[in-house]
Design a protein around this ligand. Sequence first.
Ligand SMILES: C=C(O[C@@H]1C=C(C(=O)O)C=C[C@H]1O)C(=O)O
Length: 122
Amino acid sequence: MVSDGDGLNGTVIGSKLGASDSGAAAAERIRRLRGTIDNLDAAVIRLLAERFKVTGQVGELKAQAGFAPADPAREGEQLEELRTQAVKAGLDPRIAELYHAFVAGQAKEGHARIARRQRAEA
Ligand SMILES: C=C(O[C@@H]1C=C(C(=O)O)C=C[C@H]1O)C(=O)O
């Protein structure tokens, strides 16, 4: 049996515990895999923070120079490269497309905010 403090009670997995040895073994493997998922998510968040710091620097420079936030040619090149990388890594390229749409979209919103701030401070 699993104690109240294991975080699994009340979950689909928790409801299976004690039903059989194989259920308990599966629950333990899932608990470990979830630890790995949490570590990977933490790494992704740290990488995203780094990426948005760099795109913020690009945004400052674009605003100072009067360049538009969006660069569709660059985005096209990135998308092609990310799709290729995804396929090589065994990832559905649609995930790469969704990822790019999210990060580039957020970066461009950030650029527009930076440009407004720079104009207001001028
Ligand atoms: C960061 C830039 O600005 C925008 C955001 C991009 C991104 O998040 O990678 C790519 C192209 C631009 O539309 C850039 O031009 O490099």
